[in-house]
Design a protein around this ligand. Structure first.
Ligand code: MG
Length: 498
C-alpha cells in the first residue's frame, strides 16, 4: 500500500531500541516530523500548471455545507483558511478557483512521499495523508556497536552528541527535501521539524511554513541548539519557542478551547507550563493531562511504524448533513454510515459487540446512546438496525429529549469492543449465513470497483465522498455511475421491527 508494500516491513533488520533514556524529560531520540504544505492544493497545482501561482481552494461547490479542505498559499495570504466553508471563502476571495477534490491523486502522491521517507528510515509512522514521523536515532554511518555505546541509557549523564551527528542530521533533512523535489515536483514542499519527541517535532515543523526546517530542543540542550545554528539551521530551545507561540497554534486547540485558555490568562505555550494539573482541569477538562504534558514538553510516545501499529480499538464515521434533517428522515444517512463502518470493520477482520450513535444538533448539544449485543455486529444491515433501534427506543420514551422531528446536523456511528472474526463463534442459521454471503459479495464488488459502485437502495439518496486516511472532512460532489441493489435492506426503512 505505501511505498514498497505493507508486508515489506518484516524484512527490515530489527530497529535500534527507540527510547534510550531521558534527559530533560525528552529522551535521546531524534524524530523528524514531515508535513507537506497546502497538500491537496499543491498536488492540484503540480498536476495542472495553469493553477500555479493562483489562489485555489480544494473543496465542494459553494451553496452547500462544503468546506475548503486545502487552500493554496496564494489563497491563504488572501485570508482563506482550511475548514472554512466554500461560501465564506468565495466571499473573502472572489477570485478563488474551487477545484473538486480527487483523492486518488492525493493518495498516489502520498505513496510516493512515504516511499521516500521509508528509504531514509524504516521507523516511519504515518500520521495522516500528508504527514509522518520518522525516527532517525541511529545515524546510518554508525555501526551497531558505535550506536550502542553512544546511545546507551543515561538518565543522569549528559549524552554527548558529536558535531558529526549534528551535520548528519542536517544533511538527512536536506536529502529528504532534495528527494521530494526530484520525485514529487517543484510545487510540493514540506515543512520539517526535528526534535526529541513527536510532539515537539510537530510543533517545530508547524513553526515555519512553507518549506521550513526547524530544530526544537530541551532547555538543557542550548549548546546543541547553537551547534545547529552554526550550520545555518533555524533552531530553538523549548523556552524560546514556547514564549512566542500562541496556544491556538497547538494542533487540536479550536477557537472555543483557545478562548477558554485565554480567558484564564494562558496566552502562549510558556503560560501553559506555569499551571499545575489541578489548575488546568477546570479550564480545559478533559484535555488537562494532554496540555499539562505539552506545557512541559513531555512526550515519551514511541514512533510506531505502520507495520507494527496495533489494530484499531474502534471504527467510526460521521457526516455533516447538507441541511438540518429530522430524525425520521435519517435512515438513508444511517444506512450509508453503516456501510462505511461495516466495510472497514470487515476489511480489518473484526466483528463488534458494541455500537454507539451520536446525533449532534445545531442549536443544542445532541443525543447519544449505545447498544451492546450478546452476539456480534458484522453486516451493514445489523449495524443499521441497531442504530435505528436506539433512535426508535429513545423517540418512544417520553423521558428522552429526542423525537422523530428533532432536527439533526451530524449523525455519527461508531463500533467498539472489536473481536477478531476468526475468534468469533458464528451463527449456523441459514438466514444468517445467507446474509453473510451477501455481505461478502458486496464487499468484494466495492473492493474491486470502489465504495460507490454498489449501494443499498436505502442509502442511494445520500451523495457524498470521503477523504481517505487521516482527515475527517466531508464533501458532496455528484455521484457518478451508481448501481442500485434492492435487497432486503429495504425492510430497514421506517421503524425497527423488534
Ligand atoms: Mg500538511
Amino acid at each position: 500500500m505505501w511505498g514498497r508494500g505493507l508486508d515489506s516491513g518484516k524484512d527490515y533488520p530489527q530497529p535500534v531500541r527507540s527510547v534510550f533514556g531521558y534527559r530533560d524529560g525528552m529522551g535521546n531520540r531524534w524524530i523528524l516530523h514531515v508535513d507537506m504544505n497546502c497538500y491537496f492544493a499543491s498536488v492540484e497545482q503540480q498536476c495542472n500548471p495553469a493553477l500555479r501561482g493562483r489562489p485555489i481552494g480544494v473543496g465542494g461547490k459553494p451553496g452547500t455545507r462544503s468546506v475548503i479542505a486545502a487552500a493554496s498559499r496564494e489563497a491563504k495570504v488572501r485570508g482563506v483558511k482550511t475548514a472554512m466553508s466554500s461560501w465564506e471563502a468565495m466571499r473573502i476571495c472572489p477570485e478563488l478557483i474551487i477545484v473538486e477534490p480527487d483523492y486518488r491523486k492525493y493518495q498516489a502522491y502520498s505513496e510516493r512521499l512515504f516511499g521516500i521517507l521509508e528509504s531514509i528510515s524504516p521507523q516511519l509512522e504515518i500520521f495522516s495523508i500528508d504527514e509522518a514521523f520518522v525516527e532517525v536515532t541511529q545515524p546510518q554511518h554508525c555501526t551497531q556497536n558505535d550506536a550502542e555505546s553512544t546511545l546507551r541509557p543515561s538518565a543522569n549523564t549528559p549524552v554527548d552528541v558529536s558535531p558529526l551527528e549534528v551535520s548528519w542530521l542536517t544533511a538527512t533533512v536536506q536529502r529528504i527535501k532534495t528527494l521530494l523535489h526530484t520525485h514529487l515536483g517543484a510545487v510540493l514542499t514540506a515543512s520539517i521539524g526535528l526534535s526529541r519527541s513527536k510532539r515537539l517535532a510537530k510543533l517545530a515543523s508547524e513553526s515555519q511554513k512553507p518549506n521550513g526546517f526547524t530544530v526544537l530542543l530541551g532547555d538543557k540542550e542550548a549548546e546543541l541548539v547553537a551547534r545547529f545554528q552554526s550550520l545555518g539551521v533555524r533552531a530553538f530551545t523549548r523556552a524560546a519557542l514556547y514564549a512566542v507561540t500562541p496556544v491556538e497554534e497547538l494542533a487540536g486547540i479550536g477557537s472555543r478551547l483557545g478562548r477558554r485558555l485565554r480567558g484564564s490568562g494562558i496566552h502562549t505555550l510558556a503560560d501553559l507550563a506555569t499551571r499545575s494539573l489541578d489548575e488546568l482541569r477546570p479550564i480545559v477538562f478533559p484535555y488537562e493531562r494532554e496540555l499539562y504534558l505539552v506545557g512541559r514538553g513531555l512526550d515519551p510516545s514511541p514512533v510506531v511504524p505502520y507495520w507494527r501499529a496495533l489494530p484499531e480499538q474502534s471504527i467510526g464515521h460521521q457526516y455533516t448533513l447538507p441541511s438540518d434533517t429530522a430524525v425520521v428522515d435519517l435512515p438513508p444517512t444511517l444506512m450509508w454510515l453503516a456501510e462505511r463502518v461495516g466495510q472497514r470493520l470487515r476489511a480489518q477482520g473484526f466483528v463488534a459487540k458494541h455500537l454507539s450513535l451520536y446525533l449532534r444538533q445545531t442549536h443544542a448539544t445532541g443525543w447519544g446512546s449505545g447498544y451492546r449485543t450478546s452476539t456480534y455486529l458484522e453486516s451493514d444491515t445489523a449495524l443499521y438496525k441497531a442504530a435505528w433501534y436506539l433512535i426508535h427506543t429513545a423517540c418512544e420514551d417520553p423521558l428522552v429529549p429526542l423525537s422523530y422531528v428533532t432536527p439533526i446536523r451530524m449523525p455519527s456511528l461508531t463500533v467498539s469492543e472489536l473481536v477478531p472474526t476468526r475468534a468469533a463463534s458464528r451463527s449456523f442459521l441459514a438466514a444468517d449465513q445467507r446474509s453473510q454471503a451477501l455481505t461478502r459479495a458486496l464487499d468484494a464488488i466495492r473492493n474491486r470497483y470502489g465504495n460507490q459502485s454498489i449501494r443499498s437502495g436505502l442509502s442511494t439518496t445520500v451523495h457524498h465522498h470521503v477523504i481517505p486516511d487521516g482527515r475527517r472532512k466531508r464533501f458532496t460532489p455528484d455521484l457518478t455511475a451508481t448501481a442500485v441493489v434492492h435487497s432486503d435492506y429495504g425492510l430497514c426503512s421506517g421503524r425497527m421491527e423488534s
